[in-house]
Design a protein around this ligand. Structure first.
Ligand SMILES: [Zn+2]
Length: 416
């Protein structure tokens, strides 16, 4: 192909915006204002805030009401002239998001409504040893059906399922989850198939990434630059810079568990040696032995630690030091001021935090004058499943007009 034949890179001439293209844009504009208001807002206030005419606001709010995206509160607000006005707010029924999480101690499912309120949260203890990926996904499919039914009973329509998986994920495929023994598991397609005849879109993402999103959503404005470190069968991290997730070039950032803390150290299921995961994950804290029958790994560790078991306390001491070294490496590169201990680490924070802080203080160059806060995640072990459910419903929050027109996905069939 000659250079002349290459497509031109010059921008296309400006084209006027057509009237039919404006409708979804205006609808999304109005919906964003209702979302951002955080409290009931009147049609008059919407007209003032958006610059749209009152008849346009009336038409759009009728559409949003009919699609169950918003509701009239009936709460009277006083307008400028002191007249009571009907408030509009996000609907507590209608579209909802469903999240699933593969945790160290079992499987979790969550449904959130459009406003992000958790409306259903379920947990099933699960032991992964000797279980195929298909077993895990079949169990998750059962929990999904139960969650869809629980949502329907509250007049909520689940629009999408998002699965949190402990490893790097792309296009619905879990590329590697050494802690589960998974390699290249097509979790999205398998779960979608296991859900039939329910035809729900399934997304899969990294659990620490989703948990960081959950924390970002639940936290206050001070939570702008932080690392969420998730402990469990493995260790992952979600990195947020300036209020945005840092996913990396291929979406695989945050594999903190496989950063090296000891050259030629303990072997890791990933094939390398000296990975943080081999010192600070739950299996490492348990000394490589399976949790006793009937106990999940984090219950086994916390109950032994609470009972003062010397071997467990020593293992937690080592784990905290290793975690502090791994985090110090990350903090020296990224300059973050908050570390959130999440997943099972949120339950073990009282035993880990001291050593993590000590290593950060010793090893992060700027720590002497720019302290780093280390604290448990706000949402505790539920951060990832709630973050997954929020990610699911966020599709509707971002593109309300797509929900109203029935695409890109169809509404749920009725579930028996
Ligand atoms: Zn490794």
């Amino acid at each position: 192909m000659s250079p002349r034949a290459r497509p031109s890179r010059s921008p296309r001439p400006e084209e006027p915006v057509r009237q039919e293209d404006l409708r979804p844009l205006n609808l999304e504009l109005v919906f964003r204002h209702i979302l951002a208001a955080g409290q009931p807002i009147s049609r008059t206030e919407l007209a003032a805030a958006t610059g749209l005419t009152r008849p346009t606001i009336t038409r759009i709010t009728e559409e949003l009401l009919a699609g169950r995206l918003i509701t009239e509160t009936g709460l009277a607000r006083n307008g400028r002239a002191g007249r009571p006005r009907v408030g509009l707010t996000l609907s507590a029924s209608g579209p909802a998001g469903l999240g699933l999480d593969i945790r160290a101690d079992g499987l979790a499912a969550c449904v959130v409504d459009l406003g992000g309120t958790v409306r259903h949260l379920a947990f099933t203890p699960f032991r992964y040893a000797g279980r195929a990926a298909a077993d895990v996904l079949a169990q998750l499919a059962g929990m999904t059906r139960a969650a869809v039914r629980a949502g329907a009973a509250q007049d909520l329509d689940v629009v999408t399922v998002t699965l949190a998986a402990p490893g790097p994920v792309r296009d619905g495929v879990v590329r590697s989850a050494p802690a589960l023994g998974w390699r290249h598991v097509e979790a999205g397609a398998l779960l979608h198939e296991a859900l039939r005849p329910l035809d729900l879109p399934v997304m899969v993402d990294n659990e620490a990434t989703l948990a960081a999103l959950g924390e970002l959503y639940a936290g206050d404005d001070s939570l702008g630059d932080f690392v969420y470190v998730s402990g469990g069968l493995g260790i992952g991290a979600g990195i947020v810079l300036d209020g945005r997730l840092m996913r990396g070039a291929r979406g695989w950032s945050g594999e903190l568990g496989h950063t090296v803390i000891e050259h030629d150290g303990l072997p890791c299921p990933c094939g390398a040696r000296g990975c943080l995961q081999s010192y600070a994950s739950l299996p490492a804290i348990l000394g490589g032995e399976p949790a006793p029958a009937g106990l999940t790994p984090d219950v086994a560790v916390t109950s032994r630690a609470e009972a003062g078991d010397p071997a467990t306390l020593a293992a937690l001491d080592r784990a905290g030091t290793a975690l502090g070294i791994g985090l110090a490496n990350a903090l020296n590169i990224l300059d973050l001021d908050i570390v959130l201990l999440g997943g099972s680490f949120s339950l073990l924070a009282s035993w880990l935090t001291g050593n993590v802080e000590a290593e950060i203080g010793r090893r992060v160059l700027t720590a002497a004058w720019a302290p780093v806060t280390v604290r448990p995640a706000l949402l505790g072990p539920d951060a990832a499943v709630i973050g997954a459910a929020l990610t699911s419903v966020d599709q509707v929050r971002r593109q309300p007009s797509a929900w109203l027109t029935g695409g890109p996905r169809a509404r749920l069939p009725s579930v028996s």
